[in-house]
Design a binder for this molecule. Structure first.
Ligand code: CAA
Length: 491
């Protein structure tokens, strides 16, 4: 589609500027820019957290109740971030009937790098070749679990403010394979990827002007060992950093909300609160922490009538977020809201584990798969994104249209039911395999292709120059040979 903005460019210079400005203003004021489509992909194999507890010899309940996780997705050497991005992106395009010509921006948010220079997005460009569309802005966004949110902000900016915007939609692909070395962090791994179609007139509109961000320099979780898939992680510090960043982002969000809406924001004004979810327990704590932050601001609010005076004056620093009794008190206080406003978003994260950059958007997909479009109308969904290092943002989506077509709805449940459970030993062996092989060249992966979902892309061979070649498991019923051929010929 040739937009009116492009027409403006043939006018004389001063008029161009005025016209373009005028168009930008119209674009800003009239369109609900946001999420129009969501596609979730996760590996087919998983391990039960209860099996891992027994295998690791920790006390029963440590992972299932202590971390509030049920299962963890993992994958063999057959899948890497590129194959998963190919699967998810291709499914999004197919299931939403999007023509490759109609994408003007594509960005991948991930921290599961297979290349320090070439972006994952560049590999996805293979899919556009038939359409002849090479005019696609965007590359990868990287900062721990925050890359997907950064990519979404860039996509929204592209549509909202870029004079190059010509009416075509944006796509963000965001997810990771989260693996930790043996030890305390390993059960908080996972895997999954989400693709999002972003454009104007979206049913999930980005609420402009209220977004709050908090960034600092910290070493809570980072990946300095470039030939390893594992992070160096200070687990307890990372939780403190997460809660501190949440407080900072919430504070700015509240100030901006008051400026835009002329009203004070408090937690009860969010119909749903969604979080980056490394494990369920941290989300429960985070919701309690937000209630406490409201209490600090307005202790006389009737919502806090039962709160003991001893929590008065603890502030919003380590003395407060390090205080277990305080967090437990506020967990109890918001228990019923937590069940209705947060729990519906936990389904995928509790089943898949942490998908790093994908995690927050797994929360969104979970919510949409559990609530009907009618139930969601005009609801405010608050989204907290945290990336170690650190980068954090709290933003809102407003439901302003039919969500039944954008979400995977029943397909989320169907896909979860089609998974294959593996033993804790098989999980451990698979992670050992990845550890030994993920840096090799001239290597043929050995993982069982039969364990992949139909339609999944997989790594067939890594040649002597480290170039990865991908193939696709045939789609059920409709074997997509043409698509296979296309990928193979360009690999
Ligand atoms: N039954 C019930 N509960 C039990 C239990 C049992 N048998 N055994 C222990 N627990 C509870 C503990 O009391 C504790 O509860 P609280 O959180 O309410 O205090 C909880 O289980 C965890 O126990 P520990 O603190 O002893 O666990 P740990 O120290 O062995 O490891 C961890 C936990 C630090 C989170 C570790 O898994 C880790 O390092 N994970 C990676 C880092 C991470 O995920 N950080 C999250 C914030 S950073 C971020 O969000 C970015 C990202 O994605 C990585």
């Amino acid at each position: 589609m040739l937009s009116a903005i492009n027409h403006c460019r043939v006018l004389t210079a001063p008029v161009v500027t005025q016209q373009v400005r005028a168009m930008s203003t119209i674009r800003k004021n009239e369109r609900n820019i946001g999420i129009k489509g969501i596609e979730v992909y996760f590996p087919r194999t998983y391990v039960a957290q209860s099996d891992l507890e027994a295998y690791d010899g920790v006390s029963a309940g440590k992972y299932t109740k202590g971390l509030e996780q049920q299962a963890m997705a993992f994958t063999s050497d057959r899948e890497d971030i590129t194959s998963m991005a190919l699967t998810s992106f291709t499914n999004l395009m197919r299931n939403n009937d999007v023509d490759y010509k109609d994408v003007g921006f594509l960005s991948v948010g991930t921290e599961t790098l297979v290349d320090k220079s070439k972006s994952t997005k560049s590999v996805l460009m293979q899919q556009f070749s038939e359409s002849g569309n090479y005019d696609v802005q965007g590359v990868d966004s990287i900062n721990a679990c925050y890359g997907g949110t950064a990519a979404i902000m860039n996509a929204i900016n592209y549509i909202e403010t870029s004079d190059d915007y010509d009416g075509r939609d944006a796509v963000v692909v965001t997810g990771d394979i989260a693996v930790y070395e043996k030890g305390a962090a390993r059960p908080s791994g996972g895997a999954g990827i989400v693709s999002l179609l972003i454009g104007p007139n979206a049913p999930l509109a980005y609420d402009r002007g209220v977004t709050g961000t908090h960034m600092e320099h910290v070493h809570d979780f980072y990946k300095p060992v470039l030939n390893s898939e594992y992070a160096v992680v200070d687990g307890h510090l990372s939780i403190d950093c997460y809660l501190r960043a949440l407080a900072g982002a919430y504070n700015t969000y509240k100030q901006r909300y008051a400026r835009v809406h002329g009203d004070n924001f408090s937690l009860d004004k969010a119909d749903y609160s969604l979080f980056h979810c490394p494990f369920g327990k941290l989300v429960r704590t985070s919701y309690a922490w937000l209630a406490y932050l409201d209490y600090v601001e307005r202790p006389a609010d009737p919502r806090f009538s039962g709160v003991p005076d001893k929590f008065m004056g603890l502030g919003i620093g380590a003395e407060a977020y390090g205080n277990k009794e305080l967090l437990l008190t506020f967990r109890d206080l918001v228990k019923s809201d937590y069940e209705s406003k947060v729990v519906p978003s936990l389904l995928l994260n509790q089943q898949l584990g942490n998908s790093y950059t994908g995690s927050l958007y797994m929360s969104l997909a979970s919510l949409l798969s559990q609530k009907s479009s009618a139930e969601l109308q005009q609801k405010r969904i608050n989204m907290f994104s945290y990336g170690s290092g650190m980068a954090a943002t709290l933003f809102s989506l407003k439901v302003v249209g039919d969500t039944s077509k954008i979400a995977m709805n029943d397909r989320v449940h169907e896909k979860l039911a089609q998974r294959v459970q593996m033993s804790a030993q098989e999980f451990t062996d698979t992670l050992d395999l990845r550890e030994r092989t993920h840096n090799l060249n001239d290597y043929t992966p050995v993982g069982d292709i039969g364990m992949l979902f139909p339609g999944s892309y997989y790594n067939e061979y890594i040649d002597s120059k480290y170039r990865r070649q991908y193939k696709q498991v045939p789609l059920q019923g409709t074997v997509d040979y043409a698509e296979n051929e296309k990928i193979l010929s360009q690999a």
